[in-house]
Design a protein around this ligand. Structure first.
Ligand SMILES: Cc1ncc(COP(=O)(O)O)c(C=O)c1O
Length: 451
């Protein structure tokens, strides 16, 4: 679409659809070709049209687009964007390991030994010992029989659900689950039921009503929820899954490194045996400062995945440097539990200060992820922009990513954040939130930057 052309409105689109069905019985009617042409163009894809509408809105109200900001170096407690050093609360380097010399050296050595790529799928082109080392370390975290490492956490979950679950099965998942769970459940063809966030009575009642209609039933939840920073009651979930002959998969992408005395995650925090959960899934990209995903589970499940998971069998193995970075991060985390204590202390400091200054932190448990609830999406974007102008980088989370009326700015806390950085962030946040709340929406939309 040229810059001067207007994006199509929904009514235009609907009437185009209507016209298409009206002409479908008559190939010779004029207009059919142009309707086809219209539908074939990705410029008319509903998602693209929605994206353009959002951009038009953003430019009308003069909020710069907060997506894809360019960092000039590693993002840690601070980061450089547009040549300016800013406090950073938008990355997940929970343990402050992202430039740790041992990790950089180990990754460098592995890259020099094995090259920058393993160049093919492990099943066909063979293993490097770094893969086995990483998987042993991951299995060790969860006291699991075995683990498998994927090139992405998202792809790992999709592939796992696609391998283990199918049309005769049921997946029951928390309504606030990460996209990889929602999409994985959708794409694998199993029946799906979502339950209200952390409402385990609802899980019971779905199972009571529906268990017998399906072969396998899997309950899927997160260990530390990425939007809200809260946790499910794991012991109760284990009890429920046992009584209803279901399996339980927990995505602890954010819990690893953050929860429990030694950072092993939600099971350690809640005093639950990790082997009582059938599948632990997660990512290498957050506390483990690398890239990739994993499943830790029984020999049978891992064996199945290693021979059938599409995102493993038909995808390249992790580059050696990437695998070694994650393994070294696990070693450091296990050797230095004081890093875990630090991220927990800094999180609590942020959480307590935020609450004492009257900020609404939703249902967050105050570890790692702390949302500051704003409610209205326009005020949320305005707040994020004002924070950015005061050199604080945090990201807005808006519907449909979260329920309507619950737009928020999300803060990820790292062991690397200094107490004074947290104090500064909260002071600025309190001032700017009060400012955006005191201004009418109309004024905010029409005069951002001048109020
Ligand atoms: C809960 C959760 N699961 C899975 C993922 C995907 O992990 P990856 O970044 O490795 O694809 C994320 C990433 O943000 C996440 O928050």
């Amino acid at each position: 679409m040229g810059q001067d052309e207007k994006p199509m409105r929904d009514s235009d689109y609907d009437s185009m659809l209507g016209r298409m069905s009206a002409v479908s019985s008559s190939a010779s009617r004029p207009g059919r070709a142009s309707a086809r042409q219209h539908m074939t163009s990705f410029e008319n894809h509903p998602l693209y049209r929605q994206m353009l509408a959002q951009r038009n809105f953003g430019s009308k109200v003069r909020f710069p687009d907060p997506h894809y900001r360019l960092h000039d170096g590693a993002a840690g407690a601070t980061t450089i964007i547009d040549g300016v050093e800013r406090l950073n609360f938008a990355s997940y380097d929970y343990l402050g390991l992202n430039r740790h010399p041992l990790i950089l050296d180990a990754a460098d050595r592995a890259t020099r030994t094995f090259g920058s790529s393993v160049s093919a799928s492990r099943i066909s082109a063979g293993e490097r010992r770094v893969h086995g080392d990483l998987e042993a370390a991951l299995a060790g975290l969860y006291e699991a029989d075995a683990a498998i490492a994927f090139v992405s956490g998202h792809a790992g979950v999709l592939s796992t659900l696609a391998t283990l679950m199918g049309p005769k099965d049921l997946i029951i998942f928390d309504a606030l689950s990460h996209n990889c769970i929602v999409m994985g459940a959708k794409l694998c063809g199993a029946a799906r039921r979502s339950f209200p966030h952390n409402d385990l009575d609802a899980v019971e009642s779905i199972l009571e009503d529906e268990r017998d209609r399906f072969e396998r039933v899997m309950i899927v939840t997160e260990g530390l929820f990425s939007m809200d920073g809260d946790c499910p009651d794991l012991a109760r979930l284990i009890d429920i899954k046992r009584r209803h002959a279901a399996v339980l998969m927990v995505d602890d992408a954010h819990g690893l490194g953050v929860l429990g005395a030694t950072g092993r995650g939600v099971f350690e925090q809640q005093g639950v045996r990790p082997s009582d959960v059938d599948l632990w899934v997660g990512t290498l990209s957050k506390a483990l400062v690398s890239c990739g995903g994993y499943v830790a589970a029984s020999h049978v499940i891992v064996d199945l995945l290693k021979h059938h998971a599409p995102g493993f069998v038909y995808s390249v193995g992790l580059p050696a440097g990437v695998a070694v970075a994650a393994t070294t991060a696990i070693e450091i985390m296990r050797r230095e539990p004081e890093r875990v204590a630090l991220v927990q202390a800094r999180s609590r400091a942020f959480f307590e200060l935020a609450r004492s200054r009257g900020l609404d932190v939703g249902t967050s448990g105050g570890l790692g992820i702390i949302p500051v609830m704003v409610g209205d999406p326009v005020r949320t974007v305005a707040l994020t922009q004002r924070l950015f102008e005061r050199n604080i980088n945090a990201f807005p989370v808006l519907p449909p990513g979260v329920p309507d009326g619950s737009a928020r700015v999300r803060f990820f806390i790292s062991a690397a954040h200094a107490p004074e950085q947290i104090d500064q962030a909260i002071s600025v946040l309190v001032e700017e939130l009060a400012a955006v709340q005191s201004i009418s929406l109309d004024h905010l939309l029409n005069s951002h930057g001048t109020v």
